[in-house]
Design a protein around this ligand. Structure first.
Ligand code: UGA
Length: 440
């Protein structure tokens, strides 16, 4: 059986990853996006964001000519399956903005109206339950050869290609068996060793995606709430508490890393959308609001530590190591670093920053209001406080000497819990979720 031809509409981190991995697996693939500049960059082998392995895969697929990029949606006519991966951002009140999706769907219906062969539309963008059923499917109802399925993704930025190549589960949402069969057949060609596939209705598939992200966000806000108690208790360290409870298989050890709170383009957006969505059905649902509030509060915990160290003053210099919302990414969307830096600027402090990948994106927000440093020692030089905000490997191996040698005063705040507190006992070391260490 011939491999289906693939189009991917919306080349954000999910769409572009999906497109290049399809091409690498020898599927003829067309990546489509309205942004001409993005398309030009991709044609010349340059992804416009950092994601491990992405550039390499992209260039290999350009060489084999398995991948093409276009800003013309009509190109879908050359393909059999279209994955929709356009963004579904937040509106001002936190609700989901479906305008990109709506536009693509309406345009697709015009383009596919007279297509002779079967065309499968796969909704991969994160959309609230009932969106595909009530908004996408009806648009194609009268078009004979077009079928619609839902197929949420669970890719993590910084690990997206690995997650795509080895998913823990594939969820297919369908309104009839035949539509889901077409997608399942494609996945059987895509994977040498086929992962578990769960077939459900359209709305359950969408609910699975939100439940997944809401649970991950809840785990983080939960451990951060525990961290804030630990911080007050002599000799108690949240890392040990998280390790211990993670051993209980009913809890599990992942997503229990206390820190500055969750950021990025997904968890904050999805939890806000879920809160708005839930209002329709259950006015008493308080959990997700609490998860969001705890997350916002977590940034102020870091500021509180700076205050307790008497470091808030307009003449003081602070160094920030890590700007990206997490390691292995240059993404600063909803990164806690933004909120912290805004606050420190208001306080009139001199701010020096370092990040292995995210400096350009940060500079687009803060311009010349802060100082960008190419090396870690540069960033630490003459500073009175060092704040670690992203868990980059480069920071995990830092030894006390680099701080004491370069800083004016060695005040260190580890907001990511990547340094071993006992190594830093001779410096003024504070960390999220770490109680006072002196009393025994
Ligand atoms: C998240 C989900 O993990 C993916 O499964 C999902 O597909 C994706 O959203 C999406 O909806 O598209 P991502 O936003 O890339 O992925 O990042 P995560 O790894 O979930 O991290 C989110 C934030 O939580 C980061 O700021 C991270 O530093 C923080 N985090 C994560 C913690 O503070 N503690 C942890 O234990 C784990």
């Amino acid at each position: 059986m011939n491999k289906p031809k693939i189009s991917v509409i919306g080349l954000g981190f999910v769409g572009l990853t999906l497109a290049v991995v399809n091409a690498k697996e020898n599927f003829e693939t067309i990546g489509i996006d309205i942004d001409k500049e993005k398309i030009e960059k991709l044609r010349s082998g340059k992804p416009y964001f950092y994601e491990p392995k992405l550039k390499n895969y992209l260039n290999k697929s350009l060489k084999t000519k398995k991948i093409h990029f276009s800003d013309d949606l009509n190109q879908v006519l050359k393909t059999d399956i279209s994955f929709i991966t356009v963004g579904t951002p937040s509106t001002a009140n936190g609700a989901i903005d479906l305008s990109y999706l709506k536009k693509v769907v309406v345009n697709l219906s015009k383009i596919l109206k007279n297509k002779k062969s079967t065309h499968l539309i796969v909704v991969k963008s994160t959309v609230l339950p009932t969106t595909t059923l009530q908004m996408v499917s009806p648009v194609f109802k009268k078009i004979k050869n077009v079928r619609v399925v839902s197929n949420p993704e669970f890719l993590r930025e910084g690990n997206a290609i690995n997650d795509l190549e080895k998913p823990h589960l594939i969820v297919i949402g369908e309104s009839n068996r035949k539509d889901g069969d077409t997608l399942e057949k494609y996945y059987k060609m895509f994977y040498k060793k086929i992962p578990e596939i769960l077939r459900v209705d359209l709305t359950s598939a969408e609910m699975i995606k939100y439940t997944n992200n809401a649970f991950l966000a809840t785990k983080i806000s939960f451990i951060n709430s525990i961290a804030n108690i630990c911080q007050k208790l002599p000799n108690v360290d949240v890392n040990k508490i998280a390790y211990a409870i993670g051993k209980d298989s009913r809890i599990g050890s992942e997503f229990l890393k206390a820190g500055p709170g969750f950021g990025g383009s997904c968890l904050p957006k999805d939890i806000s959308a879920l809160i708005e969505f839930t209002k329709k059905y259950d006015k008493t649902n308080k959990l997700f609001k609490a998860v969001k509030e705890v997350n916002i509060y977590q940034a102020s915990q870091i500021l509180q530590i700076i205050k307790e160290m008497n470091l808030f003053a307009s003449n003081k210099t602070i160094s920030i190591l890590g700007l990206a919302f997490k390691a292995n990414s240059d993404d600063v969307r909803e990164a806690v670093s933004i909120r912290i830096v805004k606050h420190l600027i208001k306080k009139g402090m001199k701010i020096k920053v370092h990040d292995p990948m995210a400096m350009n994106n940060f500079q687009k927000i803060f311009g010349d209001k802060i100082i960008y440093c190419k090396t870690i020692p540069d960033c630490l030089k003459n500073s009175e406080c060092c704040l670690i905000l992203t868990e980059w490997n480069e920071y995990k191996n830092l030894k006390p000497l680099i701080f004491s040698k370069n800083m004016h005063k060695s005040n260190i705040i580890d907001a990511r819990r990547i340094l071993e507190p006992s190594d830093f006992s001779k410096l003024n070391f504070r960390a999220i979720g770490l109680g006072p260490q002196s009393v025994n």
